[in-house]
Design a binder for this molecule. Structure first.
Ligand code: PMP
Length: 309
């Protein structure tokens, strides 16, 4: 990520990032009490426009996350999509970028609770040059850290504080010489990457953990599922996935807003398939990055033009 853009949307106003400051006593700083989203914006030079990818879906998920936490999202999702376009226009953004909506407790009471602390809605954005994860394929480690269970921290909500586990897992993986961590559920089934969902192919079957396996159900995974159906006639099965399937599968990928589609070429030192990126994964990667910038005729309903051409 690059240097954040100057203008930030804070509680209904566009302000300079100098003015978008938070007290060190804000409740979220101590307890991670809040929720967030990540939205991709892709610049298309030919169309001279910037396109948000699935912005309404991201704000609808933010609204669901807020409901789970008992917080109120102060604007409806459609208004927040419009605000995001305005934010990017005000910053004159003409490059691939990442938008980070945040809804969190900012009251200065150091109390562990979700109620009676004013919440704030902030939307900063930052340039996103290059790839978040190497799209040529990554080597993964099954983490010794497990995904938090939904009975402890609600997994369907993208909770700020819940990213400490994935952060530990990522650092562990990097320190062991891998690119990314895969987290299992507390009872040992495959859950997801640190900030992405996982899909595996064994023979003709594509499988991915189900929504009750302590994952965040990704918007990118939904897109990948649709493209697999449309382009390859494949129905992705949502079911419990075993760790050993990661070792025995023929193809595997991670997908998420930041990562997009990334081939997994190795898990715990075992090559996935022949150890090179899967053909289908590469095709999906090309297709989704084209759709993100409205490069062709497909799925324009997944993108929102920022400059409105
Ligand atoms: N799982 C986790 C834990 C994530 O943080 C993300 C990124 N939001 C995903 C999966 C992928 O979700 P999406 O495709 O909606 O970005």
């Amino acid at each position: 990520f690059g240097v954040p853009y100057d203008q930030v949307f804070v509680d209904g106003e566009f302000v300079s990032s100098d003015a978008a400051r938070l007290s060190v006593l804000a409740n979220v700083v101590s307890y991670g009490t809040g929720t967030f989203e990540g939205i991709r914006a892709t610049w298309n030079q030919e169309r001279a426009d910037l396109f948000l990818l699935e912005a309404p879906a991201h704000y609808e998920r933010l609204e669901r996350s807020a409901r789970i936490l008992g917080l109120a999202l102060p604007y409806p999702p459609a208004d927040l999509v419009a605000v995001t376009c305005e934010l990017l226009r005000r910053n004159g953004v003409r490059a691939d970028s990442y938008v980070r909506p945040l809804l969190f407790l900012a009251g200065e009471q150091l109390a562990v609770r979700m109620h009676d602390s004013g919440s704030r809605l902030c939307i900063p954005a930052t340039p996103m040059p290059g790839d978040y994860i190497d799209p040529r394929g990554i080597r993964c480690m099954v983490s010794t850290w497990r995904r938090a269970t939904d009975v402890a921290v609600p997994n369907r909500a993208k909770v700020i504080g819940s990213y400490v586990g994935p952060a530990l897992a990522k650092t562990e993986a990097i320190r062991h010489g891998f690119d990314e961590a895969l987290l299992l559920t507390a009872d040992g089934h495959v859950a997801e990457g640190t900030t992405s969902n996982v899909l595996v192919r064994s023979g003709d079957e594509w499988a991915t953990p189900s929504g009750t396996d302590d994952i965040l159900e990704g918007i990118t995974r939904r897109q990948v599922t649709e493209l697999l159906s449309e382009d390859f006639g494949v129905t992705v099965v949502q079911r419990r996935v075993h760790r050993s399937e990661l070792y025995a599968c023929d193809e595997a990928m991670l997908c998420g807003t930041a990562a997009m589609v990334v081939p997994i070429i190795e898990v715990d030192g075992r090559p996935v398939g022949d150890g090179t990126p899967g053909e289908t994964t590469l095709a999906l990667q090309r297709e989704l990055s084209s759709i993100a910038r409205r490069g062709g005729d497909r799925h324009h309903e997944w993108t929102t033009p920022v400059y409105g051409t």
